[in-house]
Every structure is written in C-alpha cells, then in structure tokens.
Write a protein that binds this ligand. Structure first.
Ligand code: FE2
Length: 260
C-alpha cells in the first residue's frame, strides 16, 4: 500500500497548490491512501465544513488536525459527523470529535491516529505516550499511521523510538519546515516534519510584513496568510501489509525556486 501524506495546508494558497499538484502526484506515484493535515487550511487557522468537503472531494481519506483544530467555531457544527476528520487525542478541549480513523483496505484495517506533542505546545491534556496507548486499545487495527503534531524534534524521535514496533509510519507535522531525516527505523517509516503546503514567500505561511510589524515594531496586527506562489510538502510511504513493515519513505517538495 502506498500512502501520500501531505503536510499542513495553509490557507487558500495551500488549498490551490494541493488541488493543482494532485493530478501529477497521482500520475507519478499512484498512491492508494491520501492523508492531509488540514489544521491551517481555513485562512491559516482551523478548518470549516466547506474546506473539509473540498479536501474530501480531492480524495483525502483522512484529514488530521493540530493546535488550531478549534479555531473556527464552524467545526463544532460538523466534527461529529465528519468521519474522515481526526483531531489530536491529548489536546484540550477533550471529548469532541475522534482521534482515530480506521480504513479498510484489501482485507486489512489501516488506523490513522492524531497525537499532540507536549513540549512547547499549549492546551496539552495528557502525555502523548499514555494517550496513544489508550487510542491503540480502543481502536484495534492491523497497520498504524500516526500524525504527531508537535514542535520539538527530540520529542518526535522519542515517540517514534518508543512506538516503532507498533507503527508502520510516524510523521511529524506543525513546524511547517520539512526535515531531511526521512528513514525507516526497524520497519517504521519516520520523518520529523513533513513541512508545509502553502505560500512559499512567507514565514511558515504567514505574511512577512505583518510579522515584522508585530514582532519588531510591536504593532497590533491581524493574522494574514501570505499571498503569491505556493509550495507543496509531502511524503510517499510504502507499507508491506502482510509483513506489517514500511519498505520506503521519500520526501516530496514542489517549490517555485526548484521549478527552474
Ligand atoms: Fe500546528
């Protein structure tokens, strides 16, 4: 089974970049399962019903979230009925929505889980380690894929080392900067961060001038997603379902400065 996992979609530039890149990605890689982190998809913070439907229409089998999961009130109107949407298990507010999605694929049950880092993150409700142990018990499946939404590289490595014998893919999200450490650790594919799908000329998706105004000149600002050309960050991961092992992981980046 081949998995395409697309890193954090930021605002309209990210959504447009995903839509325009998918035909070529499908053609080149022929993936079977598509996972997208959509926590910044609605103007940089959160997700709406309309954007959830847009991502499902593009073929997303599972949409993961993060610290901005509840930034748009609109999510409370559809999260319980959105079967492809999962939110971090160990993040406040707890008890709303799901944190695991089980997909049936050629006789195997594929579990996708959303876990939250506890280092340098707000709203942490529980250790990622106890949260994932609990999620695994509640959601038995053959293959486990984890979106670990967190800031600290060390914590992501610790999580992978602790759970690598139970998972086939653990991918980091949240920092918006793709790391070059993709590797297979005893059958578990891992990357510290998949990176961002959003506006290229930006500060992790946000308008550069606005961040200079707010951080250097200490001026009050809104939250403005940058405009301009998009970039896409993703990984492709191959999993041998019968052996329950990842066999390959590769990074993908489509950037304006790499297109010649
Ligand atoms: Fe995030």
């Amino acid at each position: 089974m081949r998995v395409l996992f697309v890193g954090d979609i930021v605002g309209r530039p990210g959504r447009m970049m995903l839509e325009s890149s998918l035909p070529a990605l499908r053609e080149e890689y022929g993936y079977d399962l598509m996972i997208v982190n959509g926590e910044n998809a609605a103007h940089g913070k959160g997700i709406t019903r309309k954007i959830y439907d847009f991502l499902v229409d593009l073929g997303a089998d599972c949409i993961t979230l993060g610290n901005h999961a509840f930034s748009k009130d609109n999510i409370l109107t559809f999260i319980d009925s959105a079967e492809r949407l999962i939110r971090p298990a160990n993040m406040e507010p707890v008890g709303i929505g799901r944190s695991a999605r089980i997909i049936q694929w050629q006789g195997y049950s594929i579990g996708v889980f959303n876990i939250y880092g506890s280092v340098f993150m707000d709203q942490v409700s529980e250790s990622p380690f106890t949260a994932f142990e609990r999620l695994m018990k509640e959601n038995p499946c053959d293959i486990r894929i984890v979106d670990f939404h967190g800031e600290a590289s060390g914590e992501k490595y610790l999580f992978m080392e602790y759970f690598k014998d139970k998972c086939q893919l653990i991918a980091g999200t949240h920092t918006h900067v793709q790391t070059a450490d993709e590797a297979i650790h005893e059958g578990c594919a891992f990357i510290c961060d998949i990176g961002m799908t959003g506006p290229y000329h930006s500060i992790i998706g946000r308008d550069i001038d606005e961040l200079i105004a707010s951080n250097v000149r200490l001026e009050p600002t809104r939250y403005t997603v940058a405009e301009g050309e998009g970039m896409l960050s993703a990984i492709i991961c191959d999993i041998d379902l019968s052996k329950k092992e990842a066999t390959a992981i590769r990074r993908i980046q489509i950037r304006p400065d790499l297109n010649g």
